[in-house]
Design a protein around this ligand. Sequence first.
Ligand code: ATP
Ligand code: MG
Length: 156
Amino acid sequence: MHGFSKNCLEEYQDQNIMTTNRTFTMLKPDAVKKAYIGPILEQITASGFRIVAMKLTQLTTADAQEFYAIHKERPFYNDLVSYMTSGPIVAAILEKENAVEDFRTLIGATNPEDAAEGTIRKKFAASISENAVHGSDSNENAAIESAFHFSGREQF
Ligand code: ATP
Ligand code: MG
């Protein structure tokens, strides 16, 4: 071990899992392909979010099916899974007071045509299906989605 007692490590991991000031995001394959990682992260950090975990990764079909399982009866589900596995994504955990709600405001409506001026989707999304960025819709889902992508040791 690394000089940490087991209790210490568990306490640290519990703190991460208990926090409510965090949200989970993915910069989706279209945003990564168009070299929008830099400008989107710039807008996120300039808006007061601290990056507490981040990686470039690619979802497997099983990952995407599980992540979007809530939409499995929707007509766009198969296209959504194909799209989300079509290239690398950036997965990240963000920290800010009221993170979930404030991040949803920052990204804007699902359909970029309906998104407010200045929002990330308005600026960077191509369409309702290729909409540049994901944001968790509740504290509970933020915790589930964060744990899906990152171990406790990868969260700072
Ligand atoms: P996300 O969960 O990715 O942050 P969201 O919460 O704004 O997006 P959801 O309703 O959860 O929207 O839909 C998940 C994703 O499915 C959307 O981001 C989009 O990529 C895709 N999607 C949603 N509605 C449609 C639709 N009508 N046609 C095509 N794709 C859609
Ligand atoms: Mg959603």
